[in-house]
Design a protein around this ligand. Structure first.
Ligand code: SF4
Length: 482
């Protein structure tokens, strides 16, 4: 008999096809980044549990023993971690169940520091409350325990300061349709074939669905979901206009989307020469093409750092002189200590004099540098000079002053590089920043993988290509405006 758990209930809330695949255990393997995110949960929970020293841990018990023991502890009015309840085909494990007079408080632990995401957890708690109350218990209060994003580590982790408690009782009370959803999702679990669901905004909400390759893979090469105005593209989609070529000519699009339409209809690159010329004039040689790699953890591991703060551990720097001469510098920390100071000192030796500091997608490097200035004020003056010299090479692409239909509406360096140079990342062992970050964390910090020369070389190759790619992109843009 299929069982509806809280994670399946949440899957169903996003999409019944996702629920069906999850139930059949046919979801694609999680990415390294997703695995990393999941691995942070138990680390955070360890600190939450320090706040409730009298709690009884049932997380290690198997299904039946957990339910049995929960009944016993409920009778004894004990605080329970991982309290299990099964009612017919419904099963939940509550992160924390705490006695409160003639009722109970229900807690959900989330290794998230983002307050905006709180609302995602209301249906989850509402489902748990629904199942628990079916056993005759009364849930009086509901809480989410999450990371305090302002917490700064200074010595030992202080659990009381790290954990932030949110009373969400009223929000959970307002969640409706639980009974109706439960019936609907139980039906889905029994279905032989995958439900015929149409793709929608739910494919990205509240999480990017892991089945997008499956469901979106059949869309035409140039489809309306490549447009930047998502309200308009979903309107087209639901009206049955899927291919960009089928958008009525008289339909007015935003300027960026007009570029996408023009490129799709002509199957050609669209270039705004004057705008690119204008951008190129903002570059001051020598160009310091620069890129950080970072990792983050839910619970900070270094002093002067916060939950999920991006910790830079590697950089690549290509210095491009006006006469074409190219120099390359790089740094990859050894993982033995907080990498930030050494990295800053090295970088200070290499970014000197005058010239633009060129990055691709400025907001990331800017936020990492700004945090470094905050945490290491002795380097603040130098960092501020670097910040004032930052030029974002993504700008011509974000503005669609260069656009090739192969970019599919995107302007990340992974899409732009092949579009403008024909070169790509496919021959590298590590070919995206997420993998680089997690491989570094797993090997150099968490000791889950061996640190060896090959891994380190692969990491250097990846980061090195990011900045070399920027040199090639500048070269191509220069040729375009000649
Ligand atoms: S990609 Fe969209 S339609 Fe497909 S399962 Fe996910 S949410 Fe449902």
């Amino acid at each position: 008999m299929a069982t509806l758990t809280k994670s399946k209930y949440m899957n169903g809330g996003q999409c019944q096809r996702l629920l069906w695949f999850a139930n059949k255990k046919q979801l694609p393997e999680s990415s390294l980044m997703e695995q990393h995110r999941f691995s942070q949960g138990p680390i955070f929970e360890k600190y939450v549990k320090q706040i409730y020293p009298n709690g009884v841990e049932l997380g290690d018990l198997d299904f039946n023993k957990n339910i049995e023991k929960t009944k016993e502890l409920v009778n004894d009015k004990k605080l329970i971690f991982e309290a299990g309840f099964k009612v017919d085909e419904l099963f939940i494990r509550a992160d924390i169940l705490e006695p409160n007079g003639d009722g109970w408080n229900l807690y959900e632990i989330k290794a998230s520091s983002d307050e905006k995401k709180l609302k995602i957890y209301f249906p989850d708690l509402a489902f748990q409350k629904y199942v628990i109350e079916k056993t005759g218990l009364k849930i009086k209060k509901c809480f989410v325990l999450k990371l305090n994003k302002e917490y700064v580590k200074n010595g030992e982790i202080e659990a009381e300061k790290l954990v932030e408690k949110h009373d969400v009782t009223e929000n959970v009370e307002l969640v409706g349709n639980i009974e109706e959803n439960v019936q609907k999702y139980l039906e889905t679990l029994k279905e032989e074939d995958e439900p015929p669901i149409t793709i929608s905004v739910n494919c990205n909400r509240p999480y990017e669905c892991s089945l997008k390759a499956h469901c979106w893979g059949t869309l035409p090469t140039n489809n309306v979901l490549h447009l930047t105005n998502w309200r308009q593209y979903w309107k087209f989609f639901h009206e049955g206009i899927i291919d960009i070529k089928d958008i009525p000519k008289e339909e007015e699009l935003k300027p960026k989307d007009e570029v996408i339409r023009k490129a799709a209809l002509s199957c050609k690159v669209v270039v705004a020469k004057e705008e690119i010329k204008h951008f190129m004039k903002t570059l001051k040689y020598p160009l310091y093409h620069f890129d950080f790699e970072t990792f983050d953890t839910a619970v900070p591991i270094y002093d002067k750092s916060r939950p999920y703060q991006k910790i830079p551990f590697q950089y690549s720097l290509h210095i491009q002189h006006e006469d074409g001469k190219l120099e390359h510098f790089e740094y990859l920390a050894d993982g033995k200590e907080d990498p930030r100071l050494k990295l800053l000192e090295r970088l200070k030796d290499e970014i000197k004099g005058k010239g633009s500091v060129v990055v691709f997608n400025k907001s990331f490097e800017k936020s990492v540098l700004t945090k470094l200035a905050e945490d290491f004020p002795e380097h603040k003056d130098w960092i501020e000079v670097v910040l004032s010299r930052l030029i974002d090479l993504a700008v011509p692409f974000q503005n669609f002053h260069y656009y090739c239909p192969t970019q599919k509406g995107k302007y990340s360096i992974k899409k732009v590089l092949p579009a403008i140079t024909g070169k790509g990342y496919e021959n590298l062992e590590i070919n995206n920043g997420g993998d680089a970050s997690i491989l570094y964390y797993n090997s150099h910090i968490a000791n889950k993988e061996e640190v060896n020369d090959k891994l380190r070389q692969n990491m250097l190759n990846y980061c090195g290509l990011d900045t070399e790619a920027m040199v090639w992109i500048v070269d191509e843009l220069s040729k375009l405006i000649k």
